[in-house]
Design a protein around this ligand. Structure first.
Ligand SMILES: Cc1cc2nc3c(=O)[nH]c(=O)nc-3n(C[C@H](O)[C@H](O)[C@H](O)COP(=O)(O)OP(=O)(O)OC[C@H]3O[C@@H](n4cnc5c(N)ncnc54)[C@H](O)[C@@H]3O)c2cc1C
Length: 337
């Protein structure tokens, strides 16, 4: 079944998407530009996604003890997606986007989900970067969000733990101020003056993390929920104790360059799934000391927003992910139909 007539009906006959171009932000757009985006995504999905749907299901990701191995098709599909500009399609021109209405971006992305639902996890990368655009500092946007939108780095969302799924108030990952000045992204400054954000050391385990490790990109930006202990060293009960941190897989400087040092985030193992098998799903150990930073165990994380407001910030990404997951499930149904 072809998806295009359904999208045309929804976008043009039901939603009247071209009327959005009356708004200043979308003034350069029209049905012609929307059609061009849909044509491009339909073609990439046909050439780089659909033929490999079975491959990514039968050749599950595996861990060789050092790296996660994915089929070449996944690398090729990721490259084609990034080169199409779809990672930042809805973003402003100032950060390399197309200022495409979100509605059209979501419609265009549905071609990929229908062709092969699990070959990519770009939704996590753009959702992670969008969260930082809203809640991050200017430096966090420049260093992390922009490198995600360009496709150079990928993103994750790290909420769940082995004992905390729906019940996020049970999160037990701890974040304590990092007193080691040599870790600073821009010289030896105290932990609370690090240009990338107040710097903490995280310890804990995150379970079910999608795209938590792979070699598709140069770096992975984990967005992690953790609790800052109170003055007695106790974790604040409930969700109001939760804060949010950027924890890069590899350490970076203020120009977005890799420093050459690994952060203390270790892949404990891959989870195997019945479906959606093309995307890795991981158990990540933060701060266990496998990759000490500046000689110390503890994953380096930079605070996003205010302490104790982490869940509020995280929901920016969660809400976007809900739309993406719902859309993907619908497209899987369309593909089956
Ligand atoms: C494929 C996949 C990818 C995932 N990717 C990520 C990811 O990238 N990042 C991440 O952080 N997490 C991820 N998760 C984890 C996901 O967010 C959790 O599975 C989810 O939050 C549910 O938690 P749980 O599995 O522990 O189930 P539980 O919380 O144990 O729930 C089990 C059942 O109990 C019900 N239940 C729970 N609490 C209540 C209640 N108070 N009242 C009534 N019923 C209740 C639930 O509805 C459910 O039916 C992923 C999971 C899967 C399967």
């Amino acid at each position: 079944m072809s998806l295009r007539p359904t999208l045309d009906f929804l976008l043009y006959h039901w939603l009247d998407a071209p009327s959005l171009s009356q708004r200043a932000r979308f003034a350069d757009h029209s049905r012609e530009t929307f059609d061009a985006v849909l044509d491009t995504c339909e073609r990439i999905a046909r050439e780089k996604y659909a033929p490999f749907n079975r491959v990514v299901d039968t050749q599950e990701p595996h861990f060789d003890g050092e790296k996660v191995i994915l089929p070449q098709a996944t690398h090729d599909a990721h490259k084609a997606f990034v080169e199409s500009g779809m990672m930042s399609a809805a973003q402003g021109y100032d950060i390399g986007g197309m200022q495409l209405p979100y509605t059209v971006q979501a419609a265009a992305n549905s071609f990929f989900a229908m062709a092969s639902v699990s070959i990519g996890s770009n939704m996590l990368t753009s959702g992670n970067a969008n969260l930082l655009l809203v809640h991050g500092t200017e430096m966090q946007k420049d260093v992390f969000a922009k490198n995600e939108f360009s496709g150079r780095w990928a993103g994750t969302m790290c909420l769940s733990e082995p004992q905390a799924g729906s019940s996020l108030s049970d999160v037990a990952t701890r974040a304590v101020p990092d007193e080691a000045p040599s870790v600073a992204a821009d010289g030896a400054v105290p932990w609370d003056q690090d240009p990338l954000g107040p710097r903490y050391r995280l310890t804990g385990n995150k379970m079910w993390i999608s795209s938590g490790d792979h070699e598709l990109t140069e770096n992975i930006v984990h967005i992690v929920l953790a609790k800052i202990p109170d003055e007695n060293g106790k974790l604040v009960p409930g969700t109001r104790g939760i804060s949010l941190f950027i924890v890069p897989k590899k350490m970076v400087d203020t120009e977005g360059r890799l420093t050459g040092e690994r952060n203390d985030v270790a892949l404990a193992g891959l989870n195997h799934k019945l479906g959606w098998r093309g995307t890795t799903n991981t158990l990540l150990n933060f701060g266990e000391g496998k990759y000490p930073v500046a000689g110390q165990a503890g994953a380096v994380g930079y605070l996003v927003g205010q302490p104790g407001k982490g869940l509020h910030c995280m929901f920016h990404m969660m809400n976007e992910a809900r739309i993406g997951v719902g859309m993907a499930a619908t497209m899987l149904g369309m593909a089956g139909y």
